[in-house]
Each structure stands twice: as structure tokens, then as C-alpha cells.
Design a protein around this ligand. Structure first.
Ligand SMILES: Cc1ncc(COP(=O)(O)O)c(C=O)c1O
Length: 417
């Protein structure tokens, strides 16, 4: 009987003993497998392909180091993410710099590091790059972020008939062509192609199919060479048994087949195709470990209280995200209780996992939460002045502290009295 949950070869209790809880744990082998599955399958004979990790899903210096070692690219959306990438000396030609409303300081930072691929969100942003162009001493590739009017989420996609998204150029708008003209007229700026991102946690590929068709129609309208197309992220992952995601191989093959088919149908060629997976590269490699300290029987509910909360994983409170959980030291025990797991925060919404089936718990038991590798730590906060947890990477029998647990001192280091 195996009664203790392990990540790699390390048991949850060994990890708690060494690093404490609450704790984020990544299985490095799973991250590498995810990367390989993308790299091996997102391939075509018709153009070069690139996997660009969307680091908003989880960023840390160690994660950027893995990105570099595995020779994939990285998507950053802020000066802070860019700073980490620069610290890890990631090849500037492998960076996609995204974001609406980039500050001039962020733009200058990108130029200093010779970031090669800039995803421009709107005409106003482009004018700023054009203003800076005389001081750019390399050829900077501009990809225009296109709102194709398709918005996809899990099992559904919707065609939004209006140009109202905060992100990108609406596909019907003339400013796309004005922007291409401005890029062409500006030394050191190189019109490179189009970039889209239609949503996240997507299982139904129809939205992608339509998006690819729309991008090819747009390319036809431009009547010129388009070197690069970027299809963004979006591949869904399994949080609970009701989620039935595609494998990364299936996801990759479907996209490649569609792009290849459009090339054959339209005769329009591209030199490069990229995707920017975030969630699907790291989510299933990530776990959270908590200690259950107290239990409470309310009128109709039993609560297990854990030593963290919405501050270290906001997704349940923010948009009702559902996770699978177990008691890590009672993995094989019968799940006789229906309980809700509540955190420490002073918010009634700080109930992370509602009405879940678990074994009867005692103080000191450990809760493991699965699939927390994406948009977990990266969205953590210090609400209630709670320190953010530590992050550990496990590789077989080895573990490595990647982000230290915050101390109370850390929490006040920027305060002045
Ligand atoms: C432009 C862009 N690319 C990639 C991603 C990553 O998406 P996902 O985590 O669903 O793969 C996002 C997520 O917001 C995005 O905005």
C-alpha cells in the first residue's frame, strides 16, 4: 500500500520537512517532457517552427534557465519578466516581447538587450517604436497582434463581431495596413508578421481553425511576404476528470495540419510558425503542498483549514477555478468525507476547494493540489501580509529551491515609517 504522495522520488513529507508548507513543487522531468512533446510534434516541412514559452504562466530564474537549456524561446509581457530573461542571458532572438501599453522604459530595456521580436499591440505603440528606431542598432522584427474576432475558452468559442478587445488590432481595421506602411518606411524596423492569441484552457480546436483561416485571408489582403505567424497559447490541461484535453502532440498536429492545408490552398507561404504555450508547458508539472491545521464543522459543511489561501493561488476565488486534491499522506485511504478547504485570508471567498471528497483528516495532515503549475505562483500576492510560499523543483531524487519563502522582513522591506 502506497500511502504517501511523491513528486519524482521525493515524498510529500520529505519535501515538507526540508522546505515547509505552503509549498509549490515542480516536477522538472514533466516540464522537460512537455517541452519535448511540443518540439517533436510542432514541425512541418514547409516552414521553420518555434515553441515560445509564455512565461506569465510561471516565471522564475530557474524556469528561465530551463527554457534556455531546452533551447526554446520565451514570451515576456513586462519589464519584470524581461529582467529575469536578461539575467539568465536568454538569446535575444528567441524572445517575444508582448504586452499592451508597454512603457518607454520597458521598450528601452528591450532595445538595449537587442530583443528581436516585438509584438506590437496598437498603432500608438508602433509610433513609439518608430520614434525610437533611429537609436536602434539592429533590425527589430515587428509582429502585429491581431484580434481575429474569435474568442475561445474550453469547450466553446465565440466569434466576437466587434473590435472591442483590449488586445491587438481588430482584423477588419485599416490601421493594420497603415502600420505596415509605417514599419516599411522606418529604418531598423522590419515587418515580420502577425500574432494572435484567442484564449486559454481550450479543448475545442474549431476556434483555432477559424483563426488560421482568417489569418490567411488577412495575409492575402496585405499582398506581400509574411515571414512569421504566431498562434499564441491556449492548449487546455486536465484540472479535474471532466477536463479532456488533447495531448500536446494532438494539439500540435492539428495546428500544423491546418496551417499546411491553408498554405497549399492559398499558395501563401510563410517562413516561420510559432506557438506560445504557457499553461500546457507547466500546469501538470506543478503541485501545491499545504498542511491541514484545523477542522471545523459548520451547520451543513465541514471545513479543513490549510496554512495558505487565496493569496498563494487566486484562481479559485478569481474565476471559480476547480482543482483536484488529495491528502498526501492518506493517498490510499477511503474518501469518506465531503469537505471544503478554506485558507487563512480574511475573505469569505477564500475557500479554495469546495465540496471535495477526502479521507478524514487530522491536524498535521498534508493536502496536495494537482496541476497548479500555471498562473498559481505567478498570480500570488501578499494579501493579509501573508508571505508567498517557496518554490521547489524536483528532478528524480534531487530537489532544488528555486524561489525562497518570503519572510516577514521581506514583506516590509519597501515600507518606510
Ligand atoms: C499572447 C499570449 N500568448 C500566450 C499566452 C499563454 O496562454 P496559455 O497559458 O493558455 O497557453 C497568453 C496568455 O494569456 C497570451 O496572452
Amino acid at each position: 500500500m502506497i500511502n504517501m504522495f511523491k513528486i519524482g522520488n521525493l515524498s510529500a513529507s520529505e519535501l515538507r520537512e526540508k522546505y515547509g508548507t505552503p509549498l509549490y513543487v515542480y516536477d522538472e522531468v514533466q516540464i522537460k517532457n512537455n517541452i519535448s512533446e511540443y518540439v517533436d510534434n510542432f514541425k512541418s516541412d514547409l516552414y521553420k517552427t518555434e515553441i515560445i514559452y509564455a512565461s506569465k504562466a510561471f516565471s522564475s530564474l530557474y524556469m528561465y534557465k530551463l527554457v534556455k537549456e531546452n533551447n526554446i524561446g520565451v514570451d515576456v509581457v513586462s519589464g519584470g519578466e524581461l529582467y529575469g530573461v536578461i539575467k539568465e542571458k536568454i538569446d535575444p532572438t528567441k524572445i517575444h516581447f508582448h504586452g499592451n501599453n508597454k512603457s518607454e522604459a520597458e521598450m528601452d530595456m528591450a532595445i538595449d538587450y537587442k530583443v528581436k521580436n516585438i509584438i506590437v499591440d496598437n498603432f500608438d505603440e508602433l509610433k513609439l517604436w518608430a520614434k525610437k528606431a533611429p537609436n536602434i542598432d539592429y533590425e527589430l522584427n515587428i509582429l502585429l497582434r491581431i484580434n481575429v474576432g474569435v474568442s475561445a475558452h474550453t469547450h466553446e468559442y465565440i466569434i466576437t463581431a466587434h473590435p472591442d478587445s483590449k488586445f491587438g488590432y481588430y482584423i477588419e481595421n485599416e490601421d493594420i495596413f497603415d502600420s505596415i506602411k509605417l514599419i516599411d518606411a522606418t529604418n531598423n524596423l522590419n515587418f515580420y508578421g502577425f500574432s494572435t492569441h484567442i484564449g486559454s484552457q481550450i479543448f475545442d480546436m474549431k476556434g483555432f481553425m477559424l483563426t488560421i483561416e482568417k489569418l490567411f485571408e488577412l495575409m492575402k489582403k496585405t499582398n506581400r511576404e509574411i515571414k512569421h505567424l504566431c498562434l499564441g497559447g491556449g492548449c487546455g490541461v486536465r484540472y479535474t476528470d471532466s477536463d479532456k484535453p488533447l495531448t500536446l502532440k494532438e494539439f500540435s498536429n492539428i495546428l500544423i495540419d491546418k496551417v499546411d492545408a491553408e498554405i497549399k490552398k492559398t499558395g501563401i507561404k510563410i517562413s516561420e510558425l510559432s506557438i506560445e504555450p504557457g499553461r500546457s508547458l507547466v500546469a501538470n508539472a506543478g503541485y501545491q503542498l499545504y498542511t491541514i491545521n484545523q477542522m471545523k464543522k459548520a451547520l451543513n459543511k465541514t471545513y479543513y483549514f490549510i496554512d495558505g489561501g487565496m493569496n498563494d493561488n487566486i484562481r479559485p476565488a478569481l474565476y471559480g477555478a476547480i482543482y483536484s486534491v488529495d491528502i498526501a499522506n492518506k493517498i490510499d485511504e477511503e474518501k469518506t468525507m465531503e469537505v471544503s478547504i478554506a485558507g487563512k485570508c480574511c475573505e469569505s471567498g477564500d475557500v479554495l476547494f469546495k465540496d471535495v471528497k477526502l479521507p478524514k483528516a487530522e491536524a498535521g495532515d498534508m493536502l496536495v493540489v494537482y496541476t497548479t503549475g500555471a498562473y498559481g505562483y505567478s498570480m500570488a500576492s501578499n494579501y493579509n501580509r501573508l508571505p508567498r510560499p517557496a518554490v521547489v523543483f524536483v528532478n528524480g531524487s534531487n530537489s532544488k529551491l528555486a524561489i525562497k519563502r518570503e519572510t516577514y522582513e521581506d514583506l516590509y522591506k519597501n515600507d518606510l515609517d
